[in-house]
Design a protein around this ligand. Structure first.
Ligand code: NAD
Length: 547
């Protein structure tokens, strides 16, 4: 990356005193034990395809470190059974009119909004995120359910095209379901990433075998239960649980198409396995996303936006911002406002609204975050805000952290942290900012802040990311569910949302009918005369501007 840090003002590292710690949020809400009683675990885990007496794997509630649930593990043989059951159920579902299938999504939308508190508790219990960030998942899923519930019919309906011979050939493009989708999802947005991508697959007439991350399987199972209540035949959505490197490949092995969300490393492996079987795959992978604050940005709005963009779900969000590129003329002023807001964020983990940021999900994520911060500080970076783990709040809490003076040799500069850490860089010209933003193999999301929307949109065309948000961090593009969302470069292949988000789950089939004359010499024409007639015909069609 271009060295944009020259002349960075030395900002004192905050002392270790309690005064500059992020405050604790007020508690409230139910305890994890009350929200996830053994009876609920038993009810939900009945939805896992696992025969006999399966081995149990225990999950821990990140907010408190207490035992959350024992989950039955599927074996590769169970995965095979799941595909058999799904394959048996799919043809009847695929044969229903699209509107009947879409009606299930619309009923699900209403049920989800009505019963959101149940799943907000579950998401918080399994991920440790703040309730507001859990609600973002409800929002995203409801939007996708509404969109595909209303629009699936127009995406999937037969489309007439001009045929080989105008009038005489009629071509219809039809969309057929792929069959059974293998759907592998991570832990960070367990509702959105389990059901959000499954909804268009169902609307398109497919069955789904889903392997959620074990840590967040209860949320996926809850979503399955609710969709069945909304009218989905139960066998259409199979859930298998187990060790990623064992059960994940088994899912890819049987799938007619793979929808994968997770790390770039695992995504490459999934892509290779899918390619070997000649089945398609969409891959939603990692990012090292940049926010550009231009000289004319509204600095208060940009600072507020940066807080949301960097620290939602404690930074465990593929599209969250980990690099802040700020025009030098406004950098100090922006940073002062951003740092003040960051230091004021209330950390906590009650199952209630009120916390601005929750916990990380696991010791693995905490260690990765601490490693990036410590490595950077050792090599000369400055901590502007945060910088510490907060075991006083829960086992995996870490303060929202702003680093300044980060240079290329520090791991945090180019590697995805997937935690609440952002590095600030300064730039003088737009060209410099664009070069820096694009100086990563990833290409998922970016954000541009300016009062001049036209300028923001023009700059977007130079950024190599699948989504660009102007005057917002990520939610504007992600929430625009009729537009595609996904990554360029190492951030993935394919797109969710919009037309691509549903058509990926279909096979295009062209049905062409020929009338009156064959496409061959006829009516006594010999081959030469036939070729001459068609040559003349082609010239006429071009002159008449036929496409
Ligand atoms: P991960 O790749 O370790 O795991 C993702 C899923 O794949 C899990 O269900 C896991 O069990 C499974 N898995 C593990 N090994 C597998 C294998 N060999 N074959 C098949 N499946 C396997 O990712 P993670 O750490 O759980 O998730 C965080 C990553 O996901 C981050 O890099 C983040 O940026 C990315 N992510 C991307 C998006 C997006 O939309 N682009 C969304 C959320 C998360």
């Amino acid at each position: 990356m271009t060295d944009l840090t020259a002349d960075a003002p030395a900002i004192a590292q905050p002392g270790a005193g309690a005064a500059d710690r992020n405050p604790a949020a007020p508690g409230g809400g139910r305890t994890v034990a009350a929200a996830v009683p053994p009876s609920l675990v038993t009810r939900l885990t009945a939805g896992i395809t696992a025969a006999g007496e399966p081995a149990l794997v225990e999950t821990v509630a990140p907010l408190t470190g207490e035992l959350l649930a024992g989950l039955p593990q599927s074996t590769p043989a169970d995965v095979e059974v799941a595909f058999q059951l799904a394959r048996r159920a799919q043809p009847a579902w695929g044969a229903l009119p699209v509107r009947r299938r879409a009606a299930v999504l619309l009923r699900f939308h209403d049920l989800l909004l009505k019963r959101q508190d149940e799943v907000l508790d579950l998401i918080q219990a399994e991920t440790g995120k703040a309730r507001l960030h859990a609600f973002e998942e409800v929002l995203a899923v409801a939007m996708a359910a509404r969109h595909y519930g209303r629009a699936a019919h127009s995406y999937l309906r037969d489309k007439r095209h001009g045929g080989a011979l105008p009038v005489l050939t009629q071509a219809i493009e039809a969309r057929r379901p792929k069959g059974v989708i293998g759907h592998i999802s991570p832990w960070n947005y367990p509702l959105e990433l389990s059901i959000g991508d499954a909804l268009p697959a169902f609307a398109a007439g497919n069955a789904v075998v889903n392997k959620p991350d074990t840590q967040t399987a209860l949320t996926a199972l809850w979503a399955r239960e609710l969709l069945v209540e909304a009218g989905l035949p139960a066998d259409l959505w199979q859930v298998v649980i187990g060790d990623g490197p064992v059960i994940g490949p088994a899912v890819v092995e049987h799938a007619d198409y793979v929808s994968f969300t997770g790390s770039t490393r695992t995504g490459r492996e999934v892509a290779q396995r899918a390619a070997a079987r000649l089945v398609g795959a969409s891959l939603e992978l990692g990012g090292k996303n940049a926010m550009l604050v231009l000289a004319d940005a509204d600095l208060d709005r940009a600072a507020e936006g940066a807080v949301r963009a960097c620290f939602s779900s404690a930074g465990q969000l593929c599209i969250s911002i980990e690099r802040l590129l700020v025009h030098r003329s406004v950098a100090d002023e922006f940073l002062a406002r951003f740092a003040a807001r960051t230091r004021a964020l209330r950390l906590g983990g009650g199952l209630a609204y009120g916390a601005d940021m929750g916990s990380l999900v696991s010791v693995r994520q905490l260690d990765a975050t601490v490693r990036h911060v410590e490595d950077a500080v050792k090599a000369g970076a400055t901590v502007v805000a945060g910088g510490r783990a907060r075991p006083d709040l829960g086992p995996f809490f870490h303060e929202p952290t702003i680093l300044d003076g980060v240079t290329a040799e520090m791991a945090v500069c180019a590697e995805e942290t997937f935690g609440p850490v952002v590095s600030v860089y300064r730039f003088d010209t737009e060209d410099e900012a664009v070069t820096a933003a694009n100086s990563t193999p990833y290409g998922l999301n970016s954000s541009v802040w300016t009062k001049d929307l036209r300028r923001g949109r023009q700059l977007a065309a130079r950024l190599r990311t699948g989504t660009v948000n102007v005057n917002e961090g990520y939610a504007a593009a992600y929430g625009s569910v009729s537009s595609p969302m996904g990554g360029m470069g190492d951030s993935g292949l394919g797109r969710r949302h919009g037309a691509e988000g549903i058509l990926r789950y279909t096979e295009a089939q062209t049905v062409a009918s020929q009338r009156l004359v064959p496409i061959a010499p006829a009516f006594g024409l010999d081959d030469r005369q036939f070729a001459a007639v068609l040559t003349g015909g082609l010239r006429v069609l071009k002159a008449l501007r036929f496409k």
